[in-house]
Design a protein around this ligand. Structure first.
Ligand SMILES: *Cc1c(COP(=O)(O)O)cnc(C)c1O
Length: 375
């Protein structure tokens, strides 16, 4: 029942909050920070600060703070620990060519965060508060922004139910948190084609379920499928639709695109079971602006296999903020495997990746007004 929450948050006037800034009295020493950032990997190193904002039913959003990153005290009966009322986002801040810090489409993340909240019967965080939290963390932790070409500061906003209560109903209290993590390349081997496993066992999202919400529960449910993929020597899992077990939905955390021999792109349509990726939408726009035809239509697994065999299908890639654009080389399934073209990264995939990265780094003209400059 998300509607009453919206009214409360509108009533509280919490569309903009003042953040109390309490700098970390014991930040990591510069030499140690440099050592940590030399090879950060993905999601293992964290900055000195975090942002927190609280919500209480009847009071709205309050107590916005930037403070030292620290453990969050939690009662064992906190609602999220039992019924998983939790959502998150993921986006990156980049060192741009002109020395400024940029973010790519953070307003789209803010809007999706609010959509995810509504699906999980949580109060949507006002978009301005979301955007301000990002700006505050980047400003205070700017020294943690990698300057390497592949590096960025991964920003992880999340929100969970923290009312101390065991009943099954939406929580009356929530905590929004933002943390930052300097990252290198998502895949340790860099931009190389991944092998994917088409799971015969598991699905990710059913119609009417939570597939289009970015909630932790979707990921918890995908881990067994990911383990199955790894048992079959694959880095990622491809999920087929839950009803017919025939049409491709997406990967565990990335959307998928098909490139045909006429230069056109195809991606499965949103419709409840696919996470509306911001990279997905950006790729569609960039490809169209480059003169390509982009079609959203269902892709059946048997069609994928047949088109790969005939050579009509030239490239397949996965995309998301963390891994940007990653070519898919080999597709493995219970009855065998097949290769996409010769299995190496295709030129459309590589070109789109370059266009996206150039935009994010401020090296290409931002005709769509996607880049937010921090300073
Ligand atoms: C976050 C996510 C994506 C990619 O979304 P981006 O906005 O491009 O980062 C794709 N699929 C799932 C399941 C996701 O959670």
């Amino acid at each position: 029942m998300p509607v009453p929450f919206m009214e409360v948050s509108a009533m509280s006037g919490g569309d903009k909050l003042d953040f109390e800034i309490r700098p970390n009295p014991q930040p990591v020493a510069p030499a140690e920070r440099d050592a940590l950032m030399a090879n950060p990997g993905f999601g293992r190193v964290f900055t000195d600060h975090m942002v927190t904002v609280r919500y209480a039913e009847g009071k709205g959003w309050y107590d916005a703070r930037v403070e030292a990153r620290a453990p969050i005290p939690m009662d064992p009966a906190s609602a999220v620990l039992h019924y998983a009322q939790e959502i998150f986002e993921g986006l990156k801040a980049y060192h741009a060519a002109d020395g400024s810090v940029t973010m790519f489409r953070p307003d789209a993340n803010a809007a999706r965060f609010a959509d995810s909240a509504r699906r999980m019967a949580m109060p949507p965080l006002p978009q301005q508060v979301f955007l301000d939290s990002l700006r505050h963390l980047i400003e205070i932790d700017r020294a943690w922004l990698p300057t390497t070409e592949e590096g960025s500061l991964y920003l992880r906003p999340f929100m969970f139910a923290n009312e101390v209560f065991l009943g099954v109903r939406p929580s009356n209290e929530y905590l929004y948190v933002l943390i930052g993590s300097p990252v290198g390349s998502y895949f340790p081997r860099g931009v190389q084609p991944v092998n994917v496993w088409v799971s015969p066992t598991y699905t990710r999202a059913a119609p009417g379920g939570t597939g289009e919400a970015k909630c932790g529960g979707n990921y918890a449910a995908s881990l067994a499928a990911q383990a199955e993929a790894m048992e079959h020597g694959c880095e990622q899992v491809v999920f087929l639709d839950a009803v017919q077990r025939r049409y491709v939905d997406e990967l565990g955390g990335m959307n998928v695109f098909y490139v045909y021999d006429d230069g056109s792109l195809v991606t499965p349509p949103l419709g409840g079971t696919i996470l509306p990726g911001i990279t997905r939408e950006s790729v569609m726009t960039l490809a169209r602006q480059a003169g390509r035809t982009v079609v959203e239509r269902p892709v059946a697994f048997d069609e994928w296999q047949a088109d790969a065999a005939s050579g009509r299908l030239r490239e397949v890639f996965a995309c998301g903020t963390a891994a940007v654009i990653t070519p898919i080389g080999v597709v493995r399934h219970p009855d065998g495997e097949f290769r996409i073209a010769d299995g190496s990264p295709g030129e459309v995939t590589t070109g789109l990746r370059q266009s996206l990265v150039d935009l994010q780094r401020g090296r290409a003209e931002d005709v769509n007004d996607w880049i937010h400059h921090i300073r």
